[in-house]
Design a protein around this ligand. Structure first.
Ligand code: SIN
Length: 531
């Protein structure tokens, strides 16, 4: 295998909203972005339908938005972070407008705001109904392409961080065909997205496979809240991978959830009915399907004939699946959608490793707690990307050496295995099924231990294959954290501990070493509970 090498002051891993925003905010400082897919492809941000939450309507406040964020997070949101998130929302929306994002406006020219679940006000800015992610990314990609200080390397996936004395020294990247590139840098920003693709049913692209989390953990960084995975209640149930989303904004505009008897099952479960917090709606949809009653999003009255104009992306996805949402209810099922957990970061996106920052879904700043509020994810990406850029502009560590260290590189290339064989694909399929069955919307100790045992066997088998080892490391850490938290809270629901417990009303932090020790303990025969 051949290898290449570059010296860079700042490397950004990932070209979704967070990665591009860091690069733009750092301009004119030279930066290198490395991304596995061509710009705009393979980033969850481009697929986001909802929009960006910001308290900009008259009478609404950043404080009220923070309170909604904290309430949705079920007792473990970091309040300081939530207030930063919501108080900087309006300025970041201004930034996005200045980069050319065509947010929807009313006839008077004011931004049009829509309602989403668990928000106490209309505060989501959108583009053409359900095209916010795509439109924002289009605007930012043009802005990035116009900047000569931003070098974009496409087609390389970062798979391993190089470190020395608890500090980052570079990133090893590979193409799918095994071509290696080492980006030497003492300032690396991970903005590589989430973990949805570790699950069989997900709204995320295949690139969201948790590799960046594993890279950080293997390099020694702490992770946080990894047990908290959010399942979106209304993925279109059409047996496609990834599962297309039917945005929550449809329910914001009055669409209802019914079963095959036509019963509105959310009406009896929560005072906010279809607009209850996402975890509650997702569990209700899951149970209707599991118990054979079926779950459908009925948009016939609320959206009706205007569907194609108001929600063009969802309309197209429905038609592709042979469903006409104007005349028939859309069959829906929950799908892995967002990771509240991730690499532990502070208010400036700093991780516990020197020279490593993280932002966007891969990071866990404490903004979301146990359950993210709708349309806070793109917001978090831009708010904390801007703060990472601010921190980097003051704290970049400049390199002294610029000579290539050939010995290190050759060692890495020989050890790394990145090409996927049919056996690897088969095992990835099994891993995704295990996550879907046992580490999903409802969990219990027995199922989690079963998954952990099998994932651990697979991790041992694939320990020398970087891609598999990264994916399995993240899948195992999520499973281990879910086993540790013996209660139910937000997106983490344990059938064997089905209530919140006050001794667990806190965030969790875990290193890879601690996770491995916990795995050994959990897999000991006849092991009892953690408390
Ligand atoms: C949606 O449009 O329902 C998803 C938005 C989000 O995940 O915040």
């Amino acid at each position: 295998m051949s290898s290449d090498w570059q010296q860079n002051e700042i490397v950004i891993v990932g070209a979704g909203l967070a990665g591009l925003f860091v690069a733009l905010k750092l301009s004119p400082t030279p930066v290198t972005i490395v991304t596995s897919a061509p710009l705009g492809k393979g980033a969850s941000s481009s697929w986001a339908q909802g929009g960006i939450a910001a308290a900009i309507e008259k009478g609404d406040t950043a404080f009220a938005h923070a309170m909604d964020t904290i309430a949705a997070g079920a007792g473990i949101v970091n309040a300081h972070i939530a207030h930063i998130l919501t108080s900087q929302a309006a300025s970041r929306v201004e930034d996005l407008l200045s980069y050319g994002t065509p947010f929807d406006r009313n006839l008077e020219g004011d931004l049009l705001l829509s309602q989403e679940a668990a928000h106490s006000a209309r505060r989501v800015v959108r583009v053409k109904g359900d095209k916010a992610g795509w439109a924002i990314m289009k605007a930012l990609i043009s802005a990035v392409r116009a900047k000569s200080n931003i070098q974009v390397i496409e087609g390389y996936t970062a798979k391993k961080l190089a470190t020395k004395n608890n500090a980052i020294t570079g990133v090893h990247c590979w193409t799918g065909k095994g071509q290696h590139l080492f980006l030497r840098s003492r300032n690396v920003v991970l903005a590589a997205g989430g973990i949805g693709a570790l699950y069989k049913i997900t709204t995320n692209p295949k690139q969201a496979n948790g590799e960046a989390l594993a890279m950080a953990a293997k390099a020694g960084a702490y992770l946080a809240d990894t047990e908290f995975v959010q399942f979106h209640p209304t993925a279109i149930n059409a047996d496609t991978d990834p599962a297309p989303l039917a945005t929550e904004a449809l329910r914001g505009d009055g669409a209802t959830l019914i079963n095959k008897n036509g019963t509105r099952f959310m009406a009896n479960l929560n005072t906010d009915a279809e607009l209850a917090p996402r975890d509650i709606v997702a569990r209700a949809v899951f149970r209707e399907n599991r118990d054979g009653r079926g779950a459908f999003l009925d948009c016939r009255d609320a959206i009706g004939a205007d569907f194609e104009t108001l929600f063009p992306s969802v309309y197209k996805k429905c038609r592709d699946a042979g469903i006409d949402p104007v005349t028939e209810p859309i069959p829906v099922a929950p799908a892995a959608h967002f990771h509240m957990g991730g690499i532990h970061t502070d208010a400036f996106g700093r991780t516990t490793l020197n020279g490593l920052w993280a932002c966007g879904e891969v990071a866990s700043s404490g903004a979301h707690g146990a359950n993210r509020l709708a349309s806070n994810s793109l917001l978090e990406a831009v708010v904390f990307a801007a703060r990472v850029a601010e921190d980097l502009s003051q704290n970049t560590v400049f390199s002294t050496a610029s000579k290539r260290n050939k010995k290190d590189q050759i060692e890495e290339i020989d050890r790394a295995k990145v090409i996927l064989s049919n056996t690897h694909r088969k095992d990835i399929k099994e891993m995704r099924e295990l996550m879907d069955h046992y580490v999903a919307i409802e969990r219990n100790a027995q199922g989690l231990k079963h998954a952990l045992a099998r994932l651990t066997q697979m991790a041992t088998k694939h320990r020398n294959h970087l891609t598999l080892s990264n994916m399995l490391t993240t899948a195992r850490i999520i499973t281990i954290s879910a086993l540790m938290r013996e209660e139910s809270r937000g997106g983490h629901y344990r059938t064997d501990f089905d209530h919140p417990r006050k001794e667990w009303a806190h965030r969790t932090y875990i290193s890879l070493e601690q996770a491995e020790q916990a795995a050994r303990d959990f897999l000991k025969p006849n092991r009892g509970s953690m408390q």
